[in-house]
Write a protein that binds this ligand. Structure first.
Ligand SMILES: [Zn+2]
Ligand SMILES: [Zn+2]
Length: 259
């Protein structure tokens, strides 16, 4: 993918490899704009993210790499921020970054994408779980705090699919995303998970295209060798619904790029 805005670093405690290795892999696979968006700190779920005291180190490391590789690739700096009410922190929102990805990994503090807590899917109606998830996405978009929606339909990760029409479950969230002027990333991490498809699905992407919502691309790499994987799949997916352009963000400003 020529644009790849969602990638991690070892500071989040569940990624491997160093920054240079991610970038060198990105150069190798032909990426033109490569963004780091490591899990932002918050006072919850400490195990899977950097501390507030590490933000400076993270930002400095990326800015140094941006300078080092400037003749080969454009490096962008961001954070992937968890949207959980009560835990959104001004230190992250005010960070001097190119963009913030808003992601929902928790429904009422349930880490629904963590295999450790998979049992909870059996305790509740699947349609109601999906609706709660998309209601949270809608709330996140309405907050107006973020630039990109991370892995839009992450709730499908374990392939517990709803009985109700996904387009109906997601429509209010999509309208809120459109109204907020956000972009949606096409994220390949789903290919590595039980659901074995991209986020978002083809069905949702058709609707997203109809609403004229801009897209970006994401390896969501937690290892250097994951950078650029499933490139042809994700580019064909984007083209199959009609997209010919995607977006990047620099200093929180959106810019369209042909692909
Ligand atoms: Zn992660
Ligand atoms: Zn995520």
């Amino acid at each position: 993918m020529i644009i790849d805005l969602h990638n991690h670093t070892p500071l989040c405690n569940h990624a491997e490899g160093n920054i240079d290795e991610y970038i060198e892999q990105a150069i190798k696979v032909g990426t033109k704009y490569f963004g780091f968006s490591d899990h932002a700190p918050m006072d919850f779920d400490y195990k899977y993210r950097m501390n507030f005291s590490q933000m400076q180190e993270y930002e400095n490391n990326i800015l140094k790499a941006k300078e080092k590789y400037k003749d080969q690739i454009k490096i962008l700096l961001g954070y992937e921020v968890d949207y959980i009410k009560g835990f959104i922190d001004a230190r992250v929102l005010d960070a001097k970054v190119d963009y913030l990805i808003g992601s929902v990994h928790f429904i009422d503090k349930w880490g629904f994408d963590n295999p450790e807590f998979i049992g909870r899917y059996e305790n509740e109606d699947i349609d109601s779980i999906w609706q709660k998830y998309f209601d949270t996405i809608e709330e996140m978009a309405n907050s107006g705090l973020f630039d990109i929606v991370g892995h839009l339909d992450l709730i499908k990760v374990f392939k517990f699919m709803p009985k109700k029409d996904i387009n109906i479950i997601a429509i209010d969230a999509l309208k809120a995303i459109k109204k907020a002027g956000m972009a949606i990333e096409l994220n390949v991490a789903g290919y590595r998970k039980p659901v074995k498809e991209a986020y978002p699905s083809y069905t949702l992407l058709k609707q997203i295209y109809k609403l004229k919502i801009p897209i970006t691309f994401a390896s969501d790499a937690h290892k250097p060798e994951q950078v650029g994987l499933y490139n042809s799949e994700i580019m064909s997916l984007a083209k199959s619904v009609g997209y010919t352009q995607c977006v990047i963000f620099t200093k929180r400003k959106m810019e369209f790029i042909d692909f």
